[in-house]
Write a new protein. Structure first.
Length: 146
């Protein structure tokens, strides 16, 4: 419950209302980074709920039901919107910087993103292993889909 209240406060932090009814710069980098930050928090929230449930928590308090209903209602929407805003930013950069941005993309964008993603996956694997201490899994127990 505390997380939801903190997230709400973060969403309204430094909110400004336009006098003419709209903002011309609503898709500028500063605004989209703020929105992406909210979606990153929501993705973290979704993953944290999975680990909390896996650890045996029953979710029987009022705030728990709000959290689980929010998690169910948002589903993959938060991932899709995060990817939309990220993709929009990349397309704007390509439009403004041209072929030089594309040429530098593997070194400046893809590799750092891949490294950060690999570190995050490693952290999740470590947490998963810590939560599964004492359980032994064999290769034959892992469902392989292709």
């Amino acid at each position: 419950m505390f997380f939801l209240i903190a997230l709400t406060i973060l969403c309204f932090y430094k909110i400004r209302i336009s006098k003419n009814g709209y903002w011309d710069n609503f898709l500028e980098r500063e605004q989209t980074n703020s929105i992406k930050g909210i979606f990153i928090l929501l993705v973290f929230f979704r993953h944290a709920l999975q680990y909390i449930a896996k650890n045996g928590y029953n979710f029987n308090q009022w705030g728990d039901s709000v959290a689980t209903h929010t998690n169910t209602a948002l589903g993959q929407l938060i991932v899709v919107l995060f990817l939309f805003y990220s993709g929009y930013g990349v397309m704007e950069a390509i439009k403004n910087k041209g072929n030089t941005y594309i040429a530098k993309m593997p070194r400046n964008r893809i590799l750092p993103t891949l490294l950060n993603f690999d570190i995050a996956v490693l952290c999740f694997v470590i947490v998963d292993l810590l939560l599964d201490i004492g359980n032994v899994y064999f290769l034959s127990q892992i469902p392989l889909r292709g």
